[in-house]
Write a protein that binds this ligand. Structure first.
Ligand SMILES: CC(C)(COP(=O)(O)OP(=O)(O)OC[C@H]1O[C@@H](n2cnc3c(N)ncnc32)[C@H](O)[C@@H]1OP(=O)(O)O)[C@@H](O)C(=O)NCCC(=O)NCCS
Length: 183
């Protein structure tokens, strides 16, 4: 899938979404650590992906490499878990250099689609109350705040921050074009 990009240098590059496989844990951990101060380790991720209904998606950008060989670089990820007719977006991130190019929106759409295919009707997530960028992404997509969790996140400086719980009805807009996800 080709994306419209604000970064002229990246204008012709391509971002695709692929399901996380057993050999992706190191790459996924590096991506997670590039996005969060308390990034998750390989074993954290292995544990999460081994949970019933757990899955991950990686966004990869293809860019011209050395000697005419294309390089494929991981630029973002989404981690989810489905349980019966509900699902949870556990984590979502895009590496700083690739932000504001629509990658998170693409990952979110692909994650929603996969959860819907697994039978989920509602998606939930937690977001720090001061994470305005992420909240805007979720609100734009139709998520609404349904609750607040006090002192939910522990920050690297030892302080705690409340989180909003947000919910999206996955049955509402099933007519959107599908995002192609490689196996
Ligand atoms: C939040 C995050 C995932 C957004 O990734 P991204 O690829 O830059 O987002 P997109 O380009 O797909 O933007 C989609 C929408 O999100 C919102 N958004 C994203 N970045 C924004 C910013 N810097 N300022 C304002 N709104 C922003 C906008 O509504 C945007 O739509 P628009 O570009 O049409 O205005 C990314 O900033 C990130 O990884 N942050 C650190 C980790 C994190 O906070 N994850 C979410 C935890 S709940």
């Amino acid at each position: 899938m080709l994306l419209l990009r604000r970064d002229p240098e990246a204008a012709t590059s391509e971002v695709g979404v692929r399901a996380v496989g057993a050999f992706d844990l190191g790459r996924l951990s590096r991506l997670h650590k590039a996005c969060f101060a308390d990034g998750w380790s390989r074993s954290d991720l292995a544990h999460l992906l081994a949970m019933p209904g757990g899955f991950g998606l990686i966004a990869r950008r293809q860019e011209p490499g050395f000697a005419g060989l294309d390089a494929i670089r991981g630029v973002g990820f989404a981690l989810c878990r489905t349980t019966a007719d509900e699902c949870e977006l556990l984590s979502l991130g895009v590496v700083p250099a690739q932000r504001r190019n629509g990658v998170a929106r693409l990952l979110l759409e692909a994650a929603m689609q996969r959860c819907r295919n697994a039978g989920a009707k509602r998606m939930f997530l937690e977001v720090a109350i001061d994470n305005d960028k992420a909240k805007r992404l979720y609100e734009d997509r139709g998520f609404v705040v349904v609750g607040t969790r006090s002192n939910y996140y522990l920050r690297a400086d030892g302080t705690r921050i409340h989180a909003h719980t947000m919910r999206l009805d996955l049955t509402c807009d099933m007519q959107r074009p599908a995002v192609a996800v490689e196996a």
